[in-house]
Write a protein that binds this ligand. Sequence first.
Ligand code: PEP
Ligand code: MG
Length: 913
Amino acid sequence: MGKKFVYFFGEGQADGSAQMKDLLGGKGANLAEMTRLGIPVPPGFTISTEVCTHYYQSRGQYPEGLQEQVQEALARLEKIMGRRLGDPERPLLVSVRSGAAISMPGMMDTVLNLGLNDTTVEGLAKETGDPRFAYDCYRRFLSMYGDVVLGLKPESEDDLDPFEEIIDALKTSRGVAFDNQLSAEDLKELVQRYKDFIREKIGRDFPQDPTDQLWGAIGAVFGSWDNPRAIAYRELNGIPDEMGTAVNVQSMVFGNMGDDCATGVAFTRNPATGENVLYGEYLVNAQGEDVVAGIRTPQPINKAQATDPDMVSLEEAMPEAYAELERIRKILDRHYRDMQDIEFTIQRGKLWMLQTRSGKRTGFAAFKIAVDMVREGILSEEEALMRVEPNQLNQLLRPIFDMEAKQKAMASGALLSKGLNAGPGAASGRVVFNAVDAEQWAARDEQVILVRLETSPDDIRGMHAAQGILTSRGGMTSHAALVARQMGKVCVVGCGDMEIDYKKRQMSANGRVIREGDWISLDGSTGEVFQGRIPTKPSEVLQVMEGALKAEESPIYQDYQSLMEWADKARRLGVRTNADQPDQAGMALAFGAEGIGLCRTEHMFFEGERINVVRQMILARTKEGRERALAQLLPMQKEDFKGIFRVMNGLPVTIRTLDPPLHEFLPTEDADIRTVADQMGVAEEDVRAKLQALHEANPMLGHRGCRLGVVYPEITAMQARAILEAACEVKKEGTEVRPEIMIPLVGHVAELEDQKRVVDQVAREVMEAHGVEVPYLVGTMIEVPRGALTADKVAREAAFFSFGTNDLTQTVFGISRDDAAKFLHHYLEKKIWQFDPFEKIDQEGVGQLMRMGVEKGRATRADLKVGICGEHGGEPTSVEFCHRIGLDYVSCSPYRVPIARLAAARAAIREKN
Ligand code: PEP
Ligand code: MG
């Protein structure tokens, strides 16, 4: 026998298992696993992902032996089911579904009822005694096959699905609102219209031979691996192109045979809040796609979930099937040790499981489930840390609406609609009605809310660009809800009372019309939609940190604290913050920062009237003039530093000497130029001449960084004095201080030597005058390539290094930080860059220099402390890299401190395992 491509499952036995995801895809592997667990699963078989790879490598050819193996598996299936594909009396019907190792909503998903044709539909009608059912199955098959296999899709962004247009027209002419109100005769008519439409579009008849249908569907699954939506999805989610998809062929069970039948989707825990309860939706007398497509509004699975007295939960409607589902939920949740997303069908009262997979969830739910599972004894602390993506913590730290503003909005009647709370958080933005607009508006820095009837994988990029997503159809498990949750977007779905008109680019709800560009606000935690822009405020965790709420009263905060404690136990890397002001430093401390890794002193120059003094300093013609201005600046800077030292209470504080090009501080407006001239007592013309002289062609590569201090040592001296006097005075108050003075943009050890001499001299004078000893360090930023290349020499003078990866990226790539945005998206689109190197460290290039810097630096000075303070310091993949190359700490913005703590813990755990 040749290579095995087809894996059978059925009757309690399976060729595959959950471990074989790469080969069988997630869906196939889990169908096999559930079969092995004795859970009722309709039998079928999986064609492996290797066939997909072969199909692409050989341009649409199948490997030898596949045909025979499929025939064999089909024969086995027919035997178990006592039915045959194409049999006019007892036809076997199958579903065909794609399934990659990682779930991919961008791909062809499902064809149901395959095997129906003009003959077998009659057989099915006779067998069930229910022609309406038979033709309902047939019309569904035609539209799904037409859409996903034959590619008959809406023609433009503004159009409806063509099959939906046909059925809508028929419903209107029959005067009915729902599909299930159409009679058997209506459905026969619909089948004819669908077939006519297909012939008209593809120029031949719909394939009647079930074997042709089967291979058509298999080919479409493999073909869908490379459709633009799938490619876009892989790109956004970093899924390799070579992975390939499997195909699952499974015998049909029917949820649409009558009122003792149903179909549904559920989660083993609540995917929005993480609560440990069965959560989901079902529809009586319906087939799978009805639930996700949002054609009829699904009903809740359990009683507690019913928010409306008209709702009938599965718990009430079919208590036995519900109890069985509850039993299976617990088995799956424990067996997989993770929250599962399950699909089921109830045929004549019997429950069948069609799918289980790890469920997509909000960042909030990911966090809650991970913490709960540790408490339930399912996961270890370290496993729990690996279950929460660092960026998901954003959702805990996310803004919510300012309650007062929201109540005011309520009182003024701004509530437009209420849907399902699919993605928590608060967002406001301007309405756009399609994904392309969402992307374009967002590129112009507009905040947008993407409003759709329902979303499809085509909308992914637009969803990504939007602040929030709003749909009029669909449930908690609709595409919009799933994808938004995964992206961590604020999302409200199923606002059934909202009317959307794509062509007019407007929507109406609650008697009001909202046009494209109007502001709306979404509360993704309650499902409310408001007209206008409602201000937001911090999350519950933040409220505890700010003292507005007591920790004992916030279970969320307590869970957050537990997770952070586990992270701190696991991590090796220190986490500091970039902060320039006491309040920022305070916030960062509450988030767990262990020091300040970067205080950009120049940020203090813009406060109040200071800028005028700074301008006088820069424009001074003589050293004396400059010193006069510096003397005025000294007390101001000193007060700032004292504030920071007090807040940091003995933790290390890294303060950088002046760095940016001086022209950034200079006046450009006539009035400002006049003010400076007056204050300095010189002619306006002189000021203009000086401005001209300071002009630089490439300021980013010009007179900045330590080059300022080298030319004007009195600036460095003033700053060192402000820092050290502040340190001495705060120390005298009884608070420990650990200043670390950092020289920027050093490329040659002599630059550092020069600046260090100035600092040490001032330090001696200040400490002598104050009669106190303050331990202080002088170190350097490594942010130009030469600094890294000669790090062994630089380390002779430096007590510490801090990588300035913003400038290092700029100088390694030879690309301006300021101008890169103009062409960056082209580079990303063309995949010349896989990611924005200003966001994530370019490990291959910039990273190599960092590695070298660490090695060379420590070769000279074994105990050299090394950190990072570029923006990358709070980005999870970069944090992991910093861990791997042995940095002592990362420093990032206050709100990213918890994210960096978690990322650092995950890096340490990954290294161990
Ligand atoms: C850096 O270059 O990475 C850095 C932290 O400094 P700045 O962004 O202020 O240039
Ligand atoms: Mg820099």
